[in-house]
Structure formats: structure tokens, C-alpha cells
Design a protein around this ligand. Structure first.
Ligand code: FMN
Length: 339
């Protein structure tokens, strides 16, 4: 029970997990998270006290503004347990149409001092049908916690297929056009191509759609390019923008040589991008701030910069299963002195 507290997790559990290679540690965490009865029993201790204002996001009602980002539960096998951890919403995926193994290993490394990670997973996925089956069975176990599913692919047809199949089983779909580890995705980092994709998705859409954008980085996704992508999303009625994905980064230890940086090293860039895009669109589209958030202070800075919600993944790995509750508690103290 005590290990649910981030301080205790950091002292007692994290050293054991971090003694293992990252993907092995993730397998241990998944083993524990495949036991939803345990997490449901622990849920009262993992949820922030009710009574905070309900957050509206593209028509969804969230108990709090702290979401789980895509990539932790790639195949939607852990959703009922993740929903018990006190998040305002959880994102499964990214899902691809066909099963695929992802990139060769090693493909994840930690930077512990910086509370950051690099990954070059490259969308390992069990494929659309496997995920649809788990989602259909797991959704009810998530109760009131909205479930977003992230989908991707290297063609309009592939993304539309994922959207059509999974939308009825989820509360919202997030289209990921921003992973740095899949070269084919770059086609959608051009606003005309993204517009075309969103028009096709919109032909048969009945639930909110989020689009996850790349960070301001290289020439293709420099600031103006990302603003152009955001405009394509707004023009095509996206319900929210998730800003942003990991930052492209080289590490020669990775089998493929480069990947995406996540965690604390991203925080200041995330805050700058959120403030900039929020000002550019005068707050007309909700923003999910994603990148480097792991404390109440980080979350408050993102919300003050114009975000409607925050999402995190690396913070869960570094601070453990109590991270959402802790952030919400710290947020309440920062905003209202804990009242
Ligand atoms: C191991 C790992 C796997 C990820 N997989 C995905 C993914 O499948 N789809 C996606 O949109 N983002 C993925 N991401 C990116 C995260 O969702 C998030 O955008 C990024 O890590 C920044 O947030 P953070 O600093 O809170 O981790 C992944 C990140 C990590 C560290």
C-alpha cells in the first residue's frame, strides 16, 4: 500500500525495476497490471479526493485533468487496472492494422538523472483485431474513466480502418501522426496530407477525435509546420490537440541509432509549445499538454499556459502508480491551499 506513494515507490520499488533492462521492467509492471482485481481494490487509495471541478474535454467529462499518454498499454490489455490509478482519462495504443514486431532491440534506455527515457520501439502492436477484442472486454472495467485509443498507420486507408473499427469501442480516438520512429508517418506531417486524412476520417465519425502533433524540432516540424498541422486539425473539427510526441534524439546504444526522447528534459519545450499554439488559436481548440509532466507544479504550469489537460507516460515509470493522485493533490494545494 505504502509503495503507492511516489516517495516510497522511488525508494523501494523503482530501484528493483531499474535494476532490469527497461523492456524487462515494463514486462514486470504489465504482469502486475494484468490483475485488475488487485488494482480495483487499491483504487480508493489511488484516487484523488472527489470534489475537484469536473473537466470538460471535447464533450467528455473527466474527474481530473491528468491523463495517461499513449504507449504504456500498446494493446489495450491493461485498461481496467490503469483506470484504477486515478487518471482523468487513459489512452491505449498506438494500434496498427496488422500485428508487427516494432524495431530491433535494444530500443529503450533510461536517463535516470534527468528522469527521462529514449525509445525507438517503432509501434510493436498485436494488431487491430487483437486490440478490438481486448477493448470490447476491458472497457466496462474502466467505469467512468474515459478511454481514448491511439491509432496510426502509413496510409490514409490504414488509419481510417483503425478509426472505424475502434471508435465504437472507445470514448475518443487519438490519431498519432508524430512518432519519430516510423518514417512513413512523415507523410502526415504536411498540412494538406493531414487535412485529407482528417476529411476521410470525418466521413464516418461520431466521437471526439484528438490529433497528436510532433514537437517543434527539425525543418519539417519547425514551428510554422506544426502550426500548419494544428490549423488543419482545427479546420477539420478535431476535438483536441495533443502537444506533443517525443523529441527526435540520437543515442548510439539503440539498435536503430535514434529514437524519441521523453520525460523531464521535454518539460520547458512542452510549456512553450502549449503557450504558443494556445495563443495562435486563441484557445479555440483544447490542448492536451504532453511531455515531461510529473508533478503538480508541472501540471499547473501547463494548464496556466493554456492546456485543458495534461498527459504523461515517463512520469508513471519514474514516480509509480500513485503519480496521478499525487499530481492532483499537489494541484489542489497549489490552487486552493488544499481546501
Ligand atoms: C516507451 C514509450 C512508448 C511510447 N509509445 C507511444 C505510442 O505508441 N504512441 C504515441 O502516440 N506516443 C508514444 N509515446 C510518447 C508518449 O505518449 C508521450 O508523448 C511522450 O513520452 C512524452 O510524454 P512523457 O514525457 O510524459 O513521457 C511513447 C513514449 C514512451 C516513453
Amino acid at each position: 500500500m505504502l509503495a503507492l506513494n511516489p516517495k516510497t515507490y522511488e525508494r523501494l520499488v523503482r530501484p528493483l525495476l531499474f535494476a532490469l533492462p527497461p523492456e524487462r521492467a515494463q514486462a514486470v509492471a504489465e504482469f502486475a497490471l494484468k490483475r485488475p482485481a488487485i488494482w480495483r481494490a487499491l483504487s480508493p487509495a489511488l484516487k484523488a479526493r472527489a470534489g475537484g471541478p469536473c473537466v470538460k474535454l471535447a464533450g467528455l467529462s473527466l474527474a481530473n485533468p491528468v491523463g495517461l499518454a499513449a504507449g504504456y498499454d500498446k494493446n489495450c490489455e491493461l485498461l481496467p487496472s490503469l483506470a484504477a490509478l486515478g487518471f482523468g482519462y487513459i489512452t491505449g495504443g498506438t494500434v496498427t492494422v496488422l500485428p508487427q514486431p516494432g524495431n530491433p532491440k535494444p530500443r529503450v534506455f533510461r536517463y535516470p538523472r534527468e528522469e527521462s527515457l529514449i525509445n525507438a520501439l517503432g509501434f510493436p502492436s498485436r494488431g487491430l483485431e487483437f486490440v478490438a477484442d481486448h477493448l470490447a472486454r476491458g472497457r466496462a472495467g474502466c467505469g467512468e474513466v474515459p478511454v481514448v485509443v491511439s491509432v496510426s498507420g502509413v496510409s490514409v486507408d490504414a488509419i481510417v480502418r483503425c478509426h472505424r473499427r475502434l471508435e465504437p469501442l472507445a470514448d475518443a480516438i487519438e490519431i498519432n501522426v508524430s512518432s519519430p520512429n516510423t518514417a512513413g508517418l512523415r507523410a502526415f506531417q504536411e498540412s494538406a496530407a493531414l487535412s485529407e486524412l482528417l476529411q476521410e476520417v470525418n466521413r464516418d465519425r461520431s466521437k471526439p477525435l484528438f490529433v497528436k502533433l510532433p514537437p517543434y524540432a527539425n525543418e519539417r516540424t519547425a514551428r510554422d509546420g506544426v502550426v500548419g498541422l494544428a490549423r488543419a486539425c482545427v479546420d477539420n473539427d478535431a476535438g483536441a490537440l495533443t502537444i506533443a510526441n517525443t523529441r527526435p534524439y540520437r543515442d548510439p546504444r539503440l539498435a536503430v541509432g535514434s529514437g524519441g526522447l521523453s520525460g523531464r528534459l521535454l518539460l520547458e519545450d512542452t510549456l512553450r509549445m502549449v503557450a504558443d499554439i494556445s495563443a495562435e488559436f486563441a484557445g479555440s481548440v483544447p490542448i492536451n499538454a504532453c511531455g515531461g509532466i510529473s508533478t503538480g507544479d508541472d501540471a499547473l504550469r501547463a494548464l496556466d499556459a493554456g492546456a485543458a489537460t495534461v498527459q504523461l507516460l515517463t512520469g508513471l515509470i519514474y514516480r509509480g502508480p500513485g503519480v496521478a493522485k499525487q499530481i492532483n493533490r499537489e494541484l489542489a494545494v497549489l490552487r486552493h491551499g488544499g481546501r
